[in-house]
Design a protein around this ligand. Structure first.
Ligand code: BDP
Length: 682
């Protein structure tokens, strides 16, 4: 198994009782709606159930007089909301399974829900359910470049073969769309946020249209990241000032052209005045001015602007933690109706563990979308096994207290707390041209978990892990439990050997190798020492009132809990405090001893992962098992690499010994540095 089929494997059911029950129930699929989406729903059921039972199930327009089957039933309702159209009910009527929805997308999602159920070999009666998405725009963001590379992509090159498009349409695009639809994803931004203006040329729009033509048959809308200076670079104008009438006209005409080529185009995603990208501030205008200009051009077509809040200036005295809040909170209420501000889960940058972004809750009049990162930029690329649902859940379940207790980030993002008219959750994709789609086969679970949570953020990380393992790896309960266990612990294990106790590592470089000593860069906030602040006294970034006071951006309930080093949860400790090496922590250990403990147990726990994985060998496809075994070997080596790098480096400040219960690193700090240099060599 090369992993290509993802969680849509539809393996033949070997249990005769289950197969007989399914065979009795499924002798036809009746669908009268003739839309592509409904047709694809029926086709998916036919292929899936057919493969699982070994029986050909005909697709028919009207219900046959005898026999039992599945009916896809589109209610005649008109003028339904997008959420209604995506919702579905699965019921049993006279022995038939009926999937009902007000929209054909609901029929598609209901069909995939039924298939998920059957793939777990569950009784048909238990499929009776109803479901509606909590978020309207459930999107992937691809950081794909026109020449085929992927920024922060670790699974091969771009799925989009721009040089072949639009004439050649790779069948893989259909499988991509099926996979997304199966977990409820209904939007995709196909190009990098560091956007090339090339995507707005007619030539590229036709390529994008060919992709959109495939995606729309699975209920997926296509979006583009835009280059804010396109009026200049592409249009030959003298300026890209968003208040300039010529510039506005250029965007209106360009947008019209986009819609003439892609009639159901979704909208624009924008990274502006961030990390060197152009933006409205180049002309003394605000983010709102920039977004509203695009919103005006998109409004006639019901398109949306998704404007990113990932900004931080090159100010040596500023705390990058505060930047997004400082630039955006005051703009609340100034954005046009069809603008969503997309916020990364944490205030800095997709770190292995971050507190939630303080922007959540502080823009009640502006729909805030969530941006998670599926690709493992800071999580060991495609080598380390990190199940990300706990990261997503930790943020979604966090309480902001903006409207009292229970004001979770999820309730903000799903629009319920502030009555947002638009809701959006995006995942920076981890897909690429690798046969397994995601490089590390277990990273498929992160794509899966993102889709499931964007649909329903109340699902638990555990339930999703179990479901994914059953669909993707094996239906046997014991190995499923063992794999779920690895998945649920994997993130904490990674954090322990990589960035324990609230350390972070968004420094420049490969974003892979340990370089806590890195102290030179074109900007101070691109060095390692800016973040960890190790010195002879202690470690960590003081963000309390005696430091940058970033904690002030949260509500008092949060600030109070986190501003006190005694009550600040250990996982966030060094995010907010500079702690002395010998200070006793709530664990009973001193900071230095706790660090040693985390680094060592973290690295050691990878051995536990290896053992768990070895224990499931007989239930897993041999190719896949061997692949993951190899990656775990590497992960263990690199966990020790990270441990040694941090420990030896921090020891130069703490001047304390590594407790005798742990084996001393087998290399010196200089040797680790040399190794990292080789890694970084060009
Ligand atoms: C950082 C990445 C960079 C992205 C940037 C972003 O290192 O490649 O362009 O985020 O989100 O994490 O814009």
């Amino acid at each position: 198994d090369d992993g290509y089929r993802l969680w849509l494997r539809y393996e033949r059911i070997t249990d005769p009782a289950v197969r007989t029950a399914y065979n009795k129930t499924f002798s036809f699929i009746a669908v009268s709606d003739t839309s592509d989406i409904s047709h694809n729903a029926a086709k998916e059921l036919q292929a899936g159930i057919g493969a699982m039972t070994g029986k050909h199930i005909p697709i028919v327009k009207t219900m046959p007089k005898s026999g039992r089957g599945i009916r896809l039933s589109l209610s005649g309702a008109t003028d339904v909301t997008a959420v209604k159209a995506d919702s579905y009910v699965i019921s049993l009527e006279g022995g038939n399974v009926v999937i009902k929805s007000a929209g054909n997308t609901g029929l598609l999602y209901g069909s995939f829900a039924l298939l998920r159920h059957l793939q777990q070999h569950l009784p048909i009666e238990k499929a009776v359910s109803q479901s509606k998405p909590k978020i309207q725009l459930r999107m992937l963001n691809h950081w794909d470049n026109p020449e085929g590379t992927i920024e922060r992509g670790y699974a091969g090159s771009s799925l989009w073969k721009w040089y072949e498009l639009p004439e050649t349409v790779d069948p893989r695009y259909t499988d991509y769309a099926r996979a997304n639809a199966s977990i409820g994803i209904n939007g995709t931004v196909v190009n990098n946020v560091n956007a090339s203006a090339r995507f707005l040329t007619a030539e590229y729009l036709h390529k994008v249209a060919a992709l959109a033509g495939v995606f729309r048959k699975y209920g997926i809308k296509t979006y583009l990241s835009i280059h804010f200076a396109a009026p200049k670079t592409l249009g030959g104008l003298k300026t890209s000032d968003p208040l300039d009438p010529e510039v506005r006209k250029w965007w209106m005409e360009k947008t019209k052209e986009v819609y003439s080529i892609i009639p159901d185009f979704g909208g624009f995603l924008v990274k502006a005045n961030s990390e060197g990208e152009p933006g409205p501030q180049d002309y003394g205008r605000t983010h709102a001015d920039g977004a509203n200009m695009l919103a005006e051009a998109l409004a006639p077509f019901n398109g949306v602007v998704i404007w990113r809040a990932f900004v931080y200036k090159a100010d040596p005295n500023a705390d990058r933690f505060k930047a997004a809040y400082d630039e955006f909170a005051s703009l609340d209420g100034k954005f046009a109706k069809n603008v969503i501000v997309q916020v990364k889960n944490g205030p800095i940058d997709f770190q292995p563990r971050e507190p939630f972004s303080p922007l959540f809750g502080n823009m009640p009049k502006t729909p805030l979308g969530m941006e998670f990162q599926l690709t493992q930029e800071y999580l060991g690329f495609a080598t380390h096994w990190v199940y990300e649902a706990p990261i997503f859940k930790e943020c979604l379940d966090a309480d902001t207290y903006v409207k009292g207790k229970g004001s979770t980030v999820a309730s903000i993002v799903d629009g319920s707390l502030h009555n947002y008219p638009l809701t959006c959750m995006a995942g920076v994709a981890n897909t690429g041209s690798d046969r397994s789609w995601t490089g590390h086969p277990m990273a498929q679970a992160n794509w899966y978990a993102f889709g499931r949570l964007a649909w329903d953020h109340t699902l638990s990380a555990q339930a999703i892990a179990r479901e994914w393992a059953q669909l993707t790896l094996t239906t046997q309960p014991k190995p499923v439990a063992a794999i779920t266990d690895i998945m649920l612990r994997s993130r904490d294990i990674y954090v322990d050997y990589n960035t324990p106790l609230g350390l972070s590592r968004p420094w420049t470089g490969a974003h892979y190798a340990p370089e806590p000593w890195q102290n030179r860069s074109s900007r101070p906030d691109w060095t390692a020492i800016y973040y960890h602040r190790a010195d002879s006294l202690g470690l960590g970034f003081d963000r309390t009132a005696t430091g940058s006071n970033a904690l002030q951006q949260y509500r008092p309930e949060v600030t109070r809990a986190w501003a006190n080093p005694e009550t600040c949860p250990l996982p966030y400790l060094l995010w907010f405090h500079h702690i002395s090496w010998s200070q006793k922590l709530s664990s009973g250990r001193t900071l230095w001893d706790e660090l040693c403990h985390r680094f060592y147990t973290g690295a050691e726990s990878v051995v536990w992962m290896q053992k768990q994985w070895a224990s499931v060998q007989s239930s897993i496809d041999p190719t896949l098992h061997a692949d993951v075994t190899g990656r775990l070997l590497k992960q263990h080596k690199e966990a020790i690499w990270w441990r040694d790098a941090w420990m030896l480096y921090l020891q130069t400040f703490s001047k304390q010994a590594i407790p005798a219960i742990y084996r001393r690193p087998e290399r010196t700090l200089e040797e680790v540095k040399e190794g990292v240099n080789v890694y970084l060599m060009r």
